[in-house]
Design a protein around this ligand. Sequence first.
Ligand code: ZN
Ligand code: ZN
Length: 353
Amino acid sequence: MNIRNLGSKLNTNQAALILSEENRLYFTGFPSSNGTLVVTPESGVFITDSRYIEAAENAVTEVPVRLQGQLYQQVFDLLQESGCTEILVEAERMTLKELNTWRKMLPTYSFNVSTRLDDLANEFRQQKCEEEVEQLQKAQDIAEAALTELLPLIKPGVAERDLANELEFRMRRLGAEGISFDSIVVTGENSSKPHGVPGEKLVETGDFVTIDFGAIYGHYHSDCTRTFAVGQPSEEMVNVYETVLKAQLTGLSAIRAGISGKSLDNAARQVIVDAGYGEFFGHSTGHGVGVEIHEHPYAGPKSEDTLSLNSVVTCEPGIYLPGKFGVRIEDTVLVTEDGYRNFCHLTKDLIVL
Ligand code: ZN
Ligand code: ZN
């Protein structure tokens, strides 16, 4: 229904030209590196090359699927038939080169380069339907099962990189189509880098291990972070962990349909500021998750987004003490009328491995 829903939002003289991989995937439900989706108020077409045509013909049901030939002519013919005069483009995602080419090849059409089409796509993508929620839950379930398998392997002497590889292998073996992003497995001093890259560093007794990871299932991503202690943590480590946990729970309790991304951020951030660690929490509190790992709604100090009903958002405050250690705790949740439903079911009590 995604394509028809978009069509219904267009003026009678408008057509939408969707070239970006993520929006094509969202609207058609079909992943491909090549494709052109044109949506008109009444119809549309999905054009792709020979590598994808057979699979696309089976997967894309809302609009006719055509083998790519003279692409611009094919689009021109459809627009002629539909009587459209204006083409909405993805201003946030189209390159200038692409725009110039399309303008040159379809000189009689006017191109709407406002963010109207992006705004529509972002709005649709934010509101998850039941099927999308199921895929998001399945992705998280796979990731959690993989992490549970990984825990016994986390011990002194094991390299971060090996743990990351083990985790990713296990997610795939448990049914993931892919991984949401390169898994972050950082230990000890490395854990103070929010997006550190797992390397040769070996786990040592007294380290924190932060693992930020996700699986892809049915084209939908999961995103979750947990921090574990290897051996007895110091008093400072426990204090920082408890502060981050309190911030995370406070952020979560602020979530409900209609609040701004900014107020979610503020709720979590204030706990960290009050504890005296404000300068050590540099990133945003959350982001949306869907066919992309980062999408609307965003929850940061400058966000202008609202957490709408059935949107999906992460809550992931952290404290990072350079040269010492870092802690981040992240859940991904579905925003409901009066709260949220958590996709993540892993405990947030500090586990000492
Ligand atoms: Zn994450
Ligand atoms: Zn995240």
